[in-house]
Design a protein around this ligand. Structure first.
Ligand SMILES: Cc1cc2nc3c(=O)[nH]c(=O)nc-3n(C[C@H](O)[C@H](O)[C@H](O)COP(=O)(O)OP(=O)(O)OC[C@H]3O[C@@H](n4cnc5c(N)ncnc54)[C@H](O)[C@@H]3O)c2cc1C
Length: 492
């Protein structure tokens, strides 16, 4: 990159992943800019729930307290039949808190983005109303072209521009121009949707506990209702025929109203029908429920994270947490590469190594999250008889079964590995990286005072004593020698 000295990342997208990248790069001292086509924290979308693997990262960013202050943590999950009969009443979220030490808040997505933005030290690096339209990738640098003709130059582009990612399309174009057929037509069809989703939120009313999550099962449909301090967030999943990207339909507000009309009289609990939520709705939207994990997460100097490359169904609420995870993994690798490079500016080969490592890590872990989320979607909406049976059997399993499965995934989460996790939120389960660090410390233990004294004795005192003895011996010998010379001289 010619005269430019510092390694610079151009982040495209100022949503969950983009603002997480701004925090992570700020902590790592990596030069960056975040380009967002709209405003930061727009009044769109519904909620975001933060699970322990995301919470630990937010704690490192310094934004966790503000997120937790926004609402009450979710405690219980209740499942209902289509007639409103309660079939399961689980302490799922309490177990998760007990295992990892973190409460599970669910807050408005817009508020979450505001908190993330407010927590940044240097807001001048976040550029709203900066729509990216092209990427020119070359040997020495990468250029990002904005809709107003401005060009930003850097060493790496991080595309966190969501499920309809333009960066992904531009990366494919550049890849296939360089290596024909590198991205196959099949890979481009990775993203598919089996469901559409009616999203909305209302004021929390008297029928909804502000710490409960309700799941109501229907054949080919499910309702999720999450009570919060101010708002109740609700989601209706509708099973459709599978459609693949790029043929995914765009839904209008009229489509949303048509879908809502089908559900007005549907019970969502023992005491409430859907129409009660709909009539007090603050915001509603109908969207596709895409899912898919792309094989290629990078090409050249362009890398993808978040929904652009690992999109999961939102039934558990893991996509945003995973976007933050991916940003953290990339930051750790870049931080190390920059530190190891003599001028603090890794060359293209070093960047490729970083991106290979990143892809290797993310492919395995994101597959687990996507499959886990997909299973929840199918069980909740009784996709087939098999899933219906599962939903009826699960309440008879020990209450902590689901929490334990989820925790196996959570405890293997990454964190920024170059700064500590402040505070002391500990659960009954240990994080895998803490266990690894402890093992490392066991094999290379930090010396205690007695170890230090022993090694001083062994490596310093004993050799010094030996040297002293040797020195005295030589002195005595040499003085005996000079006495003999002196007495000879006197005798003469
Ligand atoms: C109904 C619903 C509920 C959910 N609940 C949860 C939950 O509880 N917990 C959870 O962890 N996840 C949840 N998710 C998933 C979560 O919202 C996403 O996984 C997360 O937002 C992905 O972050 P991202 O940064 O990849 O994309 P986004 O957050 O979508 O951000 C992409 C950004 O890129 C910008 N952009 C796009 N194109 C351009 C361009 N050309 N130039 C510049 N900027 C551009 C967009 O304007 C946008 O701001 C939910 C999703 C849905 C649909």
């Amino acid at each position: 990159m010619g005269s430019q000295k510092k390694f610079r990342v151009i982040v495209v997208g100022g949503g969950v992943g983009g603002l997480a990248a701004a925090h992570a790069f700020e902590k790592a001292g990596i030069d960056h800019i975040v380009l967002e086509k709209g405003e930061i924290a727009p009044a769109r979308g519904a909620s975001i729930g933060i699970y322990p693997h995301g919470a630990r990262i937010l704690q490192q960013f310094g934004t966790l307290q503000a997120v937790d202050d926004e609402t009450y943590p979710i405690e219980r999950a209740k499942n209902f039949l289509p007639d409103g009969t309660l079939i399961a009443n689980s302490e799922l979220f309490r177990f998760l808190r007990q295992y990892h030490g973190y409460p599970i808040p669910v807050l408005e997505r817009r508020r979450f983005l505001e908190i993330m933005y407010d927590g940044l030290s240097d807001k001048s690096l976040i550029k709203p109303h900066s729509k990216v339209v092209d990427i020119v990738d070359s040997e020495d640098s990468v250029k990002v072209v904005l809709a107003d003709g401005t060009v930003e130059e850097g060493d790496l582009v991080l595309g966190v521009d969501g499920v309809h990612s333009l960066v992904r399309s531009l990366m494919w174009r550049n890849a296939n121009a360089a290596i024909p057929g590198f991205i196959t037509a099949n890979e481009k069809k990775t993203l598919h949707a089996d469901y559409s989703l009616l999203i909305g939120f209302s004021e929390t009313g008297p029928h909804m506990s502000p710490s409960d999550l309700y799941c109501t099962h229907y054949d080919g449909k499910s309702f999720l209702t999450i009570g919060g301090k101010k708002h109740t967030f609700w989601f209706v999943f509708f099973k459709n025929d599978r459609v693949h990207w790029p043929a995914l339909p765009r839904w209008t507000q009229a489509d949303a109203e048509r879908r809502a009309a089908e559900c007005m009289d549907c019970p969502i609990s023992e005491t409430q029908v859907f129409g009660e939520l709909w009539k007090t709705a603050i915001r509603t939207e109908l969207v596709n429920v895409e899912e898919g994990l792309f094989e290629h997460m990078f090409f050249g100097r362009v890398v993808l994270a978040g929904d652009a490359v690992h999109k999961m169904t939102p039934n558990i609420g893991l996509g945003g947490n995973c976007a933050m995870e991916s940003v953290v993994v990339l930051t750790n690798l870049l931080h190390k590469a920059i530190k190891e490079h003599p001028q603090g500016k890794p060359d293209k080969a070093a960047i490729q190594n970083v991106l290979h490592e990143y892809q290797k890590d993310r492919q395995v872990r994101m597959r687990q999250f996507i499959d886990f989320s997909s299973l929840a979607t199918k069980i909740q909406a009784w996709e087939t008889t098999w899933y219906k049976v599962l939903s009826r059997v699960m309440p008879f399993l020990p209450d902590d079964t689901f929490a334990k499965q989820a925790s196996i995934l959570f405890k293997a989460a990454p964190k920024l590995d170059f700064i500590p996790v402040p505070g002391n939120l500990k659960g009954s389960m240990k994080w895998d990286d803490d266990v690894l660090e402890a093992k490392y410390r066991e094999s290379f233990p930090r010396p205690s005072v007695s170890d230090w004294a022993r090694s001083m004795l062994r490596y310093t005192f004993k050799p010094a004593l030996s040297l002293c003895v040797l020195w005295i011996f030589l002195m005595v010998r040499s003085s005996k020698g000079s006495d003999a010379v002196a007495s000879n001289w006197v005798a003469r």
